[in-house]
Ligand binder design. Structure first.
Ligand code: SAM
Length: 295
């Protein structure tokens, strides 16, 4: 049998054999060059590639001279196929999973397969690479130390508004995928729920020729996209809720009252249990309040 491998600009690269397992392989989100050498070697060496859409993935695979057999594996058949796929892995085969773009399982098929594999102790290897979520976040200019990802907001207006209302006071950067035709409605609902002054960023067509980043307040972004469906794929990022001074006053006055009743340590414990404020911060303010009382 000919050794397995892939090509880059026509140059052959051999691929080492793989241990049996499920390989979750990230593929590009637009620019075909955004794929790792390990991902290519894995796809070339696998016995089978599960593809969300065999034709879409065919373009990537033929670009890199990879002729591994493919099988369709998408949201409509993934539950039914997972057990059979795992039986193949248990029989010694290496099976790779790819989606149309980016990292499988991130708003893409694969979760039932990985759950079932973990339950059966079948080895799983994740080969990291592109994801629109992280590329958009890294380029957004919004806080990256804490963020939360919600995939696609619900298509139905009432459910979407309910979700946004529940997120209005979250302090971390909020990241959403959105379809271009729903973007105007989503931005309008976000501006209503989060406030039109809230800073936001829209990443469009990441890694592609017409990559564009829009930044501004939710109110301004909602206005500029109103009625004009954007072309291409988008990620919407919203800054976390600002620290509200009213909340600060509330826990600080509760702390002052608690200090009047009991020792500093138990007052800090009481406030830490009642408010979402770091214990260190409560302790610092308690010390300052005590010093103020003493002085
Ligand atoms: N698994 C993919 C990933 O890791 O990013 C996401 C798949 S999800 C079905 C597709 C959505 O991802 C799009 O609707 C868009 O919100 C976002 N997306 C994918 N590629 C993108 C790109 N090149 N630019 C901006 N957004 C993109």
């Amino acid at each position: 049998m000919a050794p397995k491998g892939f090509t880059i600009a026509g140059h052959p690269h051999p691929a080492a054999p793989l241990a049996p397992g499920v390989y979750i392989v990230a593929t590009p989100i637009g620019n075909l060059a955004d794929i790792s050498l390990r991902a290519l070697a894995t796809l070339a060496s696998a016995d089978l590639i599960l593809c969300e859409d065999t034709r879409t993935s065919g373009k990537l695979l033929s670009h890199y001279g990879i002729s591994t057999p493919r099988r369709a594996f998408h949201e409509h058949n993934e539950r039914a196929l997972s057990e059979a796929v795992l039986a193949e892995v248990e029989a010694g085969r290496a099976v790779a999973l790819i989606s149309d773009a980016g990292t499988p399982l991130i708003s893409d098929p694969g979760f039932p397969l990985v759950r079932a594999a973990r339950a059966r102790n079948v080895p799983i290897f994740a080969i990291p690479g592109a994801s629109a979520l992280l590329a958009a976040l890294a380029g957004s200019g919004l806080a990256t130390d804490t963020f939360a990802f919600f995939g696609f907001p619900p298509a139905k207006t009432a459910a979407r508004r309910k979700l946004f209302a529940s997120l209005a006071s979250r302090a971390e950067t909020l990241v959403f995928y959105e379809s271009p035709h729903r973007l105007p409605a989503s931005l309008a609902d976000m501006a209503a729920a989060f406030g039109s002054d809230r800073e936001a960023s829209i990443a469009r067509e990441l890694t592609k020729k017409f990559e564009t980043h829009y930044r501004g307040s939710l109110g301004d972004l909602a206005k500029s996209f109103a009625g004009e469906p954007v072309k291409g794929e988008v990620v919407v990022l919203v800054a976390g809720a600002p620290d509200r001074p009213a909340e600060k006053t509330e826990w600080q006055s509760a702390l002052a009252a608690a200090l009047a009743r009991q020792p500093l340590k138990s007052a800090v414990e009481e406030i830490a249990a009642a408010f979402p404020v770091p214990r260190r911060e409560i302790y610092r303010v308690a010390l300052a309040l005590r010093q103020g009382q003493d002085g």
